[in-house]
Design a protein around this ligand. Structure first.
Ligand code: HNI
Length: 147
């Protein structure tokens, strides 16, 4: 069971309150597909991913980016048992999508870069520490059904 301090909860809620999930989700997923091009292999049905501008302009990438952020907002609502709330999502990524679990951390890192760029000086060391812990718990929950 992950323990969260009141400050950590407030910091993570503060990030979600300050960001626009649609554009942050879009930019984070696009960044992941561009910076780590092997991740494109899972999105064969998404159409044109041939270069950075195509990826950024791809409406399916934008839509799926929001889906990912909405899943993170679900984790925010279930802070005391993210693992349980993510069990079926982990099984989907493992059994059906066969996503290499190492890629979860890559998307999480891209998300942190985008959030930090959006928040600027408000993304303080203590906010980053709470946000990093939150994403580590999410990545662990997504990886849970693999083993
Ligand atoms: Ni992921 C579908 C959430 C990381 C590849 N992914 C989903 C869905 C959610 C989701 C929610 C939709 C499930 C459904 O339809 O019921 N994915 C997340 C979250 C993370 C994540 C919260 C990490 C923070 N997914 C990844 C990564 C990859 C990935 C790192 C590959 C590199 N995900 C997929 C693919 C789908 C997917 C592929 C199916 C997309 C589609 O619509 O075909």
């Amino acid at each position: 069971m992950v323990k969260w301090t009141a400050e950590e909860r407030a910091a993570i809620q503060g990030v979600f309150a300050k960001i626009d999930s649609k554009s942050v989700g879009h930019e984070s997923l696009a960044r992941c597909l561009i910076v780590y091009p092997w991740t494109q292999r899972y999105f064969g049905g998404f159409g044109n991913l041939y270069n950075s501008s195509a990826i950024m302009a791809n409406p399916m990438v934008a839509a799926h980016g929001l889906v990912v952020l909405q899943a993170l907002e679900k984790a925010l609502q279930n802070m005391d048992d993210i693992k349980k709330s993510y069990a079926s999502l982990s099984e989907l990524h493992s059994e059906k999508l066969h996503v290499d679990p190492g890629n979860f951390q890559l998307l999480a890192d891209c998300l942190t870069v985008v959030v930090a760029a959006r928040m600027g000086t408000e993304f303080t060391q203590s906010v980053q520490a709470a946000w990093h812990k939150f994403l580590c718990v999410v990545v662990a929950a997504l990886t849970k059904q693999y083993y």
